[in-house]
Design a binder for this molecule. Structure first.
Ligand code: IPE
Ligand code: IPE
Ligand code: MG
Length: 244
């Protein structure tokens, strides 16, 4: 029995420990409502607050969200600066607003391209929530899997040069530990909204055995009920990890 109807709650043991979400469709939502794209992003940020709180409440330990990719800088200056404004605003209040008081907030990605003010807020919010023992919400910002792997290869190559690791000692664990996600388990489930069925450079190494859930819902419209539907779908899957 997966969904405990009598308690109206999920079996926490069977739920995914780590859910990753590609929050897509803000632009289409804005178009549909005839509002500027940035309003779509603002509404999407509200959805994130709602969903991360809900995820923590039902017993998800880790939630990782794709908020800005290494490719998203290619968008118009107006959209990028709108997104940076929103990002700064949300980081400033993230410890109380994002996922409830007890959430730990982390950032993955190459931070060096953000303004010093945004970088300082990232560090601040990570520090003030570091001891929290609730859901771990990780924001992927200027994140791309290829960029992440490039960084990992460089740092391992440097260690070989320095003589702190031998080439033979480079195994899957050493690679995982060199990624931005070194502190996270691999995602059990990856959700993508808005109907696209691709990874778009998200967690390519980490998703080797992840389950995927795609929905046509646009991210700003994604609700707690939609999240629960993804949990139900996950609970009905049969994960094999290459075994029988
Ligand atoms: C996702 O929504 C948010 C970011 C990529 C920052 P989009 O802005 O990609 O929305 P669509 O795909 O254009 O609808
Ligand atoms: C992926 O969405 C990145 C984020 C959700 C932040 P995109 O909208 O940028 O991806 P593509 O362009 O559809 O592949
Ligand atoms: Mg998109």
């Amino acid at each position: 029995m997966i969904f405990k109807k009598h308690t109206n709650a999920f079996d926490k043991e069977a739920l995914p420990k780590h859910v990753a979400i590609i929050m897509d469709g803000n632009g289409r939502w804005a178009k549909k409502h005839s509002v500027p794209r940035v309003v779509g992003h603002r509404t999407g940020a509200e959805t994130l607050k709602k969903i991360s709180k809900h995820a923590g409440k039902i017993g998800i330990k880790y939630i990782t969200v794709y908020a800005f990719s290494t490719e998203n800088w290619k968008r118009s200056e107006e959209e990028v600066s709108g997104l940076m404004g929103l990002l700064l605003h949300y980081l400033k209040t993230a410890e109380t607003e994002l996922a409830g008081d007890n959430a730990r907030i982390c950032v993955i990605g190459d931070r060096s391209r953000f303004s010093p003010e945004i970088q300082a807020e990232m560090t601040r919010v990570e520090n003030v929530t570091a001891e929290n023992d609730g859901v771990i919400v990780t924001l992927a910002l200027n994140y791309g899997s290829r960029d992440e792997m490039t960084h990992a290869v460089k740092s391992l190559a440097q260690k070989v040069l320095d003589g702190t690791i031998s080439p033979e000692a480079i195994d899957e664990k050493a690679i995982s530990e060199s990624l931005y996600t070194h502190f996270l388990p691999d995602p059990d489930l990856i959700i993508r909204t808005s109907g696209e069925m691709r990874l778009s450079n998200f967690l390519m190494w980490q998703s080797a055995y992840s389950e995927f859930y795609f929905t046509n819902k646009l991210w700003p419209d994604f609700s707690e009920k939609d999240f629960d539907a993804a949990m139900d779908a996950y609970l009905s899957r049969n994960r094999r990890f290459g075994g029988r």
